[in-house]
Design a protein around this ligand. Structure first.
Ligand SMILES: NC(=O)C1=CN([C@@H]2O[C@H](COP(=O)(O)OP(=O)(O)OC[C@H]3O[C@@H](n4cnc5c(N)ncnc54)[C@H](OP(=O)(O)O)[C@@H]3O)[C@@H](O)[C@H]2O)C=CC1
Ligand SMILES: CC(=O)N[C@@H](CCC(=O)OP(=O)(O)O)C(=O)O
Length: 319
């Protein structure tokens, strides 16, 4: 059986990666829209309605427009949206199959799946289980910071690092951003964890192309139960037992570090996410490391597509 796939936004950062990951797979036929018609809604409608799967790798507004092109009664075409447009929309399923025991099945049966934001993926992988288990109270004053490679900012940001000639010190240095404290991933971070309030979120972009670490500090004195970093590590190991793409690291993470450092790039070109719990009985730092273009974007999208089509979930993905 061959599935027809239309990648809307195929030449953007996310679209290209999806294209790369799907090319060479026998069961996938990629539909190619003529370059000069790729933003023409009438032509796009034909592609959307003749595809089994449509990946939306577009700005939010263009994504919504493409979904509106679905013909009435078309229940065959299934969407995977990489944009922020539908992530907290109750008509869409959130594309993190490892979220909880029912989520993989919901993804499998969905017509519309929203692929998680990269920073949000890490935060939710860490905080959803802890809140659901009552270890972190829903009213916990959560904060998180996340360091990302510049490919997360799409074509424009990539060009600002790679095509600007010799970089000045400002660009060579890691840079905080989203300092209006209203980053576009905050709604999904709150909704999918069940936290009563949005976390205080400060992302940082560095002078490297891809890779990400999302870290969340936890103060045991503000938690409902007395727990240590080792307890949290054991909890995660049990929660994610059996998951291929989420790997909980040992309770003594020192041997996993690079001379005491935690580089952001270790999971690059895989769909793996590594979960860490650092600290002691007074202070805990939980962290998720993955490829912002892998489990944080196109890898996650392909994993969901595999599940939706009933294929091997790991097909085309490195662990
Ligand atoms: N980069 C990343 O790590 C991640 C990005 N995302 C999300 O995925 C989406 C795409 O991001 P990204 O790949 O980074 O962005 P890019 O800017 O790299 O690419 C976007 C692409 O969409 C095309 N495009 C814009 N409007 C239309 C339209 N109406 N019809 C068809 N094509 C159109 C653009 O073409 P042109 O340049 O010619 O206008 C461009 O090729 C965004 O919503 C982003 O938030 C999600 C997860 C991770
Ligand atoms: C460096 C940089 O700017 N990164 C982007 C993340 C892009 C991403 O993955 O977010 P979406 O999935 O919602 O597009 C940002 O923080 O806005």
């Amino acid at each position: 059986m061959t599935y027809k796939v239309f990648i809307d936004g195929r030449h953007g950062t996310t679209g290209l990666k999806i294209d790369e990951r799907l090319s060479g797979r026998d069961e996938i036929e990629i539909l190619t829209i003529p370059e000069d018609k790729r933003k023409d809604p009438a032509v796009k409608a034909e592609f959307v309605n003749s595809a089994d799967v449509v990946f939306l790798c577009l700005p939010d507004a263009a994504s919504k427009e493409s979904v509106s092109l679905l013909a009435p009664g078309n229940t065959r075409t299934r969407f995977l949206d990489a944009s922020t447009a539908h992530r907290t929309n109750p008509d869409w399923v959130y594309g993190l199959p490892e979220l909880n025991p029912g989520q993989r099945e919901r993804v499998k049966n969905a017509q519309k799946v929203a692929v998680p934001g990269c920073h949000a993926s890490g935060f939710i992988m860490l905080m959803h289980p802890l809140v659901a288990a009552g270890i972190v109270p829903a009213d916990y004053p959560a904060s998180t910071y996340s360091i990302t490679g510049y490919s997360g900012g799409g074509k424009e940001m990539i060009a600002s690092y790679e095509e600007a000639g010799e970089l000045g010190d400002n660009m060579k240095s890691p840079r905080f951003y989203a300092l209006g404290l209203a980053h576009k991933h905050l709604p999904e971070m709150q909704t999918l964890t069940g936290l009563a309030n949005k976390p205080l979120f400060t992302p940082i972009v560095g002078n490297f192309a891809q890779g990400m670490v999302v870290a969340v500090p936890l103060l045991p004195r503000l938690l409902k139960q007395k727990v240590s970093a080792a307890d949290i590590q054991r909890f995660f190991a049990e929660y994610y037992a059996g998951e291929t793409f989420i790997k909980v690291m040992p309770s003594d993470p020192a041997p996993m570090l690079d001379n005491g450092f935690l580089p952001a790039t270790t999971c690059n070109d895989t769909n793996r996410a590594e979960i860490f719990a650092f600290g002691h009985e007074d202070q805990i730092l939980v962290a998720a490391r993955f490829d912002n273009l892998g489990k944080g974007a196109s890898g996650a999208a392909i994993q969901c597509m595999n599940i939706m089509l009933g294929l091997d979930e790991t097909a085309g993905l490195a662990v």
